[in-house]
Write a protein that binds this ligand. Structure first.
Ligand SMILES: [Zn+2]
Length: 274
């Protein structure tokens, strides 16, 4: 009996090894990318994502490939009576995959499902209000990214944010930036960088910029980034990502060092799209 279990475990390990083999994974992805991109999907993206037509032909082609892999891997679940449509899936995939143009070859590996609510949704939150005293609060949410395997979005907010690509607010960019940050197991504002040598400069620049925002917001200084980024370094990275994609010119003008770090990480220059 023990031998049979051992044989099954060995076979299981071999299968997992084969499936996780990076070369085979890449080949699988490439096969999916080679499928023709459905014209309906192109129409949805052109309709919902104004920035799409500003991308270079090469960026657009690569984005389409990533969208295909993303949609083949992720499950979408409608919540609160919402019926998930191709329009919702493709729009969310297109914005999320803008974060993958750096060709790291990973597609938010921990994420399995995207839950979509029709509009703002409410969660019951337990909040400590004193020693041994907790209160149950009902909190309104537009989106959230769980370290585990789920990400939640309000479709109303997604539509609003993708249509207005200038105000530095985008719930999809925000929540998927959290996914990138959480990929190494911790949400601390430090995603996995390409080279080990890059972490020192990243930490220096991000710490200084975070501190600057934390100083400016209480003094009512007009800032390029939203004050939500002062909550903690993880929120700072998510808000900085939204700003980088939606207000690149202002961010580069006022915070060149921060822009440079994000440009290096995302391997693109959104100023070209404006
Ligand atoms: Zn956040």
């Amino acid at each position: 009996m023990v031998e049979i279990i051992a044989v099954f475990m060995l076979i299981g390990l071999i299968v997992i090894g084969i499936l996780a083999n990076p070369i085979l994974v890449k080949q699988r992805h490439n096969r999916v990318k080679r499928r023709p991109f459905p014209p309906l999907w192109s129409a949805i993206i052109e309709n919902h994502l104004p920035i799409y037509l500003q991308l270079s032909p090469d960026e657009r082609r690569r984005l389409q490939g990533h969208i295909q892999v993303f949609l083949a891997q992720k499950q979408f679940i409608g919540c609160g009576g919402l019926q998930v449509t191709p329009e919702m899936k493709v729009t969310i995939a297109a914005v999320a995959c803008l974060l993958l143009l750096n060709e790291r070859g990973k597609y938010f590996p921990k994420l399995r499902s995207i839950l979509i609510y029709p509009r703002t949704y409410f969660v019951n939150q337990t909040v400590a209000t004193g020693n041994y005293v907790v209160e149950e609060k009902r909190e309104a949410r537009l989106g959230e990214s769980w370290t585990q395997d789920q990400l939640i979005l309000s479709w109303e907010q997604v539509e609003k944010d993708t249509g207005n690509w200038q105000d530095g607010h985008n719930v999809v960019l925000h929540e998927f930036a959290h996914q990138l940050d959480q990929e190494d197991g911790t949400a601390n504002g430090v995603p996995i960088l390409q080279r080990n040598s890059e972490y020192t400069v990243w930490a220096q620049v991000m710490t200084a910029e975070y501190q600057q925002l934390c100083d400016d917001i209480p003094r009512n200084v007009k800032t390029v980034m939203d004050g939500y980024g002062t909550i903690n370094p993880a929120e700072f990275f998510a808000v900085a990502t939204e700003t980088f994609y939606e207000k690149p010119r202002q961010l580069r003008g006022k915070h060149p060092a921060l822009y440079e770090q994000l440009q290096r990480y995302y391997q693109l220059d959104p100023v070209q799209w404006t």
